[in-house]
Design a protein around this ligand. Sequence first.
Ligand code: HEC
Length: 211
Amino acid sequence: MMKSARFIPVGLIVLIAATLLVGCKAGGDNPGREYAPNMYHSVAYEPLIQIMDEDAGRWVNSSDKDRGEYYNSNNYNPFKMNMRLPAPNTVRRNVHGWLPYRAGNDTTSLRLANKLVNPYEASPAILEQGKVLYEIYCKHCHGAKGMGDGKVADKYPGVANLKGDAIKGVTEGHIFHVITYGKGLMGAHGSQVNEEERWKIAKYVKELQKN
Ligand code: HEC
């Protein structure tokens, strides 16, 4: 009784170990066996990992597929591209038809940015969205109320008090520009929040400054 109970787990362990050893054989051009390959090879269209070989990954196919599991190209585009190139000499616009913000990172642009008009009205919905974004991207430095007392400011002095006299009067365009490129000690946030989001944050900062 005791003996057989012990025998089974040992046999199982040996079997698993053997499977792992065989499965791990990789080297040169052989990537080896992968456990749950769908976790590494996205089935979704990916512009940067384009697999055009219809047989790629056929060995892991789920039963309802007629192409290999790794195939991820778009047959309807020229050269089976996943992401089409923009038409030559065109300018990207967002869903609202806005052109990209092309003012540069210089003092003249900063000054001119004062004149920009926020395309959003201060509706409750916009302010609420601005608040959510502010709390993700600004609060840790500028503090929940904009007083320059966020957690980061505890350790690193110099974070601006957005309600201080120097900044209280700035325009939303100025805030938009500062978020885009940063200013002085503050780094640029343009790659983290898109233009719509920046305008919403600017709206919310103005609201914070009022109270
Ligand atoms: C990593 C910390 C940090 C984060 C995050 C941060 N800021 Fe700042 N911010 C600063 C510092 C520091 C200054 C003071 C810059 C200086 O004068 O050198 C500043 C200055 C400012 C100013 C004043 C600019 C001026 O005219 O002098 C505004 C407006 C501002 N931040 C808005 C924002 C908004 C909106 C966000 C969120 C998108 C944000 N900041 C995120 C650190 C931060």
